[in-house]
Write a protein that binds this ligand. Structure first.
Ligand SMILES: *Cc1c(COP(=O)(O)O)cnc(C)c1O
Length: 378
């Protein structure tokens, strides 16, 4: 009874019709005045989304490329950096730092939990030479939200010159983020998450403090040289050929996002997250990760998981994300990012009910839908 394939993954995401139309337009040249005007508009829009007056550079890569740029531009070989390690993405930043010769020290936190402010300060006490703390606002692999505002304030109070770096890749537009207001030193994202655009672009912004730090380091990357990127940004250009179609798509997406307001986007993600968690509970399913990220809901597999997965994917045509690494057999993840409205989420909840029924669970049909509706309406 299902016709429409549905993408409920935390990146890539469903795209708004206006974005699909924009990326289908004839190609334009990336040094043309036309593209320069689009890029200038995208730059300004991203500053609004990041809540910053600093340049938001647009790197041509997925979100991880921005992390590589951080590791290659901000720290010298042998420098110490603390990073919160509590899932697949947050652990990746440690690996990138190490490959760049940086002494990356992990604040290891059990998967499904967020690093606490006191734990971060304790790490700073143990590593007085650490020049930065790297946090992941929304750990997409475990659906965990980290209070970067509180941690950043505590780090600043403890030692004013320690940089606070934030992976906001799945956090942007799903949770509040105020780069300048919270005095964050570096924030990066990716186009294929809350920005509801095609993959291929990684926006990244540095505070004045972070730029001063980067000026004392010779970039170990030619492609991700942030100083060069900043020079081009000032002229509404990019250093290399950008992902032109993705930029044109992002322009259309930002137009929608800013028309409705950032608060609207944040509230929508919060509502989807509440609805799916409510539905899961009503269907006897256990959710994973706390405090939960609003970008994605992680749900523990029910019994007869293979059949459940097969019905959800092949019969109901719903694509969810699997668990990663150690969580592969334990959870599946329902993404709330991108162009999804209440009706889309209810369709996914309905499909989960069908998959449960067809895999031998005696649930009450409609129980999940009812809980989701209640979550939206209260
Ligand atoms: C998606 C994501 C990234 C980047 O992944 P890419 O595949 O490189 O875009 C980084 N951090 C988090 C938290 C993410 O969700």
């Amino acid at each position: 009874m299902f016709l429409t394939p549905r993408l409920a993954t935390p990146g890539t995401t469903p795209l708004p019709p206006a974005v699909l139309a924009a990326v289908a337009r004839p190609m334009i040249h990336h040094r043309s005045p036309e593209f320069g005007a689009i890029l200038a508009r995208v730059h300004a829009g991203l500053q609004t989304v990041f809540n910053t007056r600093q340049p938001v550079l647009l790197l041509t890569s997925s979100g991880s490329g921005a992390g590589e740029a951080v590791a290659a531009n901000l720290f010298k070989v042998g420098e110490t950096v603390i990073y919160a390690a509590h899932g697949k993405f947050s652990r990746r930043w440690g690996e990138m730092l190490r490959r760049q010769g940086v002494n990356a020290v992990a604040l290891t936190v059990e998967e499904g939990r967020a690093p606490q402010t006191a734990e971060v300060i304790e790490m700073l006490e143990r590593h007085p030479d650490a020049s930065a703390v790297w946090l992941t606002q929304s750990e997409t692999s475990t659906s965990v939200w980290t209070d970067v505002r509180e941690i950043a304030a505590a780090v600043r109070a403890y030692r004013a010159d320690t940089l606070v770096l934030v992976d906001a890749v799945s956090g942007l537009l799903a949770h509040e983020l105020d780069m300048d207001g919270w005095d964050l030193d570096l924030v990066f994202g990716a186009s294929q998450k809350g920005l509801m655009s095609p993959p291929g672009l990684a926006p990244i912004a540095l505070s004045e403090r972070a730029w001063r730090k980067a000026e004392r380091v010779d970039s170990r990357s030619v492609y991700f040289d942030l100083h060069k990127a900043r020079q081009s940004w000032l002229n509404s250009k990019t250093v290399f050929t950008p992902a032109v179609s993705a930029v044109v798509g992002l322009d259309a997406a930002l137009n929608l996002i800013l028309r409705d307001g950032i608060e609207h986007s944040i509230a929508r993600h919060a509502a989807h997250s509440r609805a799916v968690r409510g539905a899961a509970a009503a269907l006897g399913l256990t959710t994973f990760g706390a405090p939960p990220s609003h970008a994605v809901t992680a749900v523990e597999f029910p019994a007869h998981a293979a059949r459940f997965k097969q019905v959800l994917r092949d019969e109901a045509r719903v694509t969810t994300a699997g668990g990663q690494d150690d969580l592969a057999d334990r959870i599946f993840r329902v993404g709330h990012l991108g162009w999804q409205d209440q009706g889309d989420v209810l369709a996914v909840v309905g499909a989960i009910e069908v998959a449960l029924l067809r895999s031998g669970h005696s649930i009450e049909p409609g129980a999940g839908l009812s809980a989701a509706q209640r979550a939206y309406c209260t």
